[in-house]
Design a protein around this ligand. Sequence first.
Ligand code: ADP
Ligand code: MG
Length: 594
Amino acid sequence: MNLIKSLSEETISQISAGEVVERPSHLIKELVENSLDAGAEEIEIDFDQGGRFVRVKDNGCGISHSEMPLALARHATSKIQKTEDIWKLNTYGFRGEALASIAGVSDLTLISGLKGKNSYKLRQVFGREESVDPIGELEGTTVIIRSLFENTPARFKFLKSEGAENSSIKTTLKALALSQKQISFRVLQKGRLVFYWPPQKSLSDRTAQVLGAKELYCVEETKGAYKIQAVVAPPHHTLKNKKSSWFFVSGRWIESRVIQAGLMSAYRGLLMHGEYPLAVISLTGPSDEIDVNVHPTKSQARFKNSSFIFKLVESPIHRLLEQAPWTKKIIQPTPAKKEENLNFLNPEFKKTNWPIKQQEYSAKALSQLAWQADPTPPLKERDGKLNPTDYKTSSDLEKISWSDLQILAQAHLTYIVCQSDRALVFIDQHASHERIIYERIFHSWKKGEVEVQSQLVPLVLDLEEGQAVALLELNEELKKLGVQLESLGPHSLAINSYPPILKEKALQEGLLFLAKQRLETGDSFSFEKVVSDLCATLACHSAIRAGKSLNLEQMQELLKQMDEFPLSSFCPHGRPVFVEYPISRLEKDFGRII
Ligand code: ADP
Ligand code: MG
């Protein structure tokens, strides 16, 4: 073995460059964060060659001539003056490492100066100082990076294609803009303006601006010292990957399994498998309960109480979704503009009533089908505050009333055709009924009112090492679902009782999934998801099928039941329950309006 030797400055700088600036997008993030820490209100970023060339210009406080070499020195920072400061940071930076690391692997020019004083231009090439020149009075700071990683071929090799790096840079810049709505960002690629995001007043305006989303809903909640703000798109606007969700903790863009789990749980039953909602979630809390500086690139957060964070995220978003604000637009009769909708203001149009094909089900049979899965007598509840007709008399006009829609016909023995005064609405009979049953079961589980049935011969579940223990740890939660487990050894469990509404196979599969999930991720956030999946499978089997003809009464009953459940516009597998065809579109298609 060789002798022990201290590493040279050059080696140290190349090692740490790998940690701080693994990719050009990380480097840009560090530079923009420095501009933000310097109090800049306007930041301009130009990049090219997948980020091997970068220029970041700001109108922040600037750096004095004498401090410029220090800005590029390792472990030199203006953000911590004494040790205690690291526990109450309110700046992005504090390690004093970024510029030094970047300077070690690039040709770097720093141009800066204080207001009213001469600015200076300092150039370092791969960590060696080349020149310092005065260049007159300029505002703020500009950092220019060229030839990134040219002296470290090993790192250079790890870069992805130019296109992939460019796209990672754009994503990072979007995140930075989302985290700082009051800052103006101008983004250029090869000198051509690609984004311009002037300051915005609200997070939802910023989200609309940066992500180009049109229909967004916002919710805010304060819980003790915590505050959460979420901007979400309706469940029918989804994307196929997790990147559609953006999380910010104390203003920092982070990845978080807990927040992701809370968000997905809020959308439970509204998304199809593999779909992710478009969402921007920003939360703040006491600095001694949240650590956002765990990772050198600061992309993770550690929470003292992650179950609390899960709930903090889940409940307001779920409540927002329960109001299904997007359906209001369709169903709530809003005064139509005269010129747009003249023909349909005529009360006569309500009278239209086509004969509806009779069939074998009675309305009673249909409603019984819905109650079947519900162990609690539902009628009491229905006659109470949830009676849909109350919606009209109460002052709570915000409530959506499906039963206000006028039923026109059943199409293809599958779709209920209705109209409001603004749209034709098609409702999928199976999907809507499925949702109703699902909500019923799920709610009785939540309220702990699930009917349980002891098994004379217990079901036996064969498991792999560790899975049995993982499940037994969830015993209390499972009991709430009416599932009683007993250990039969390291590889098997007995299920002594379970709710008769759960099908045996679905239950076994669900428990196995839960055990695997818990072993893999070590958490039980997915528990609700498992219950939800069980309920969804069950609901699907009990709901009225497509291809059954329904009479008017049955269809009315179905709409009435939809009114009882706030989330009735999506089936539990996330398929939409209805689609809409606005009358205005019909008018356009027929050339009545242009
Ligand atoms: P850190 O941000 O952790 O302090 P950096 O290496 O990123 O470390 O920056 C070192 C120092 O250089 C900062 O503490 C700050 O004083 C100064 N600095 C860097 N960028 C800017 C800028 N855009 N405007 C003003 N000062 C800057
Ligand atoms: Mg910094």
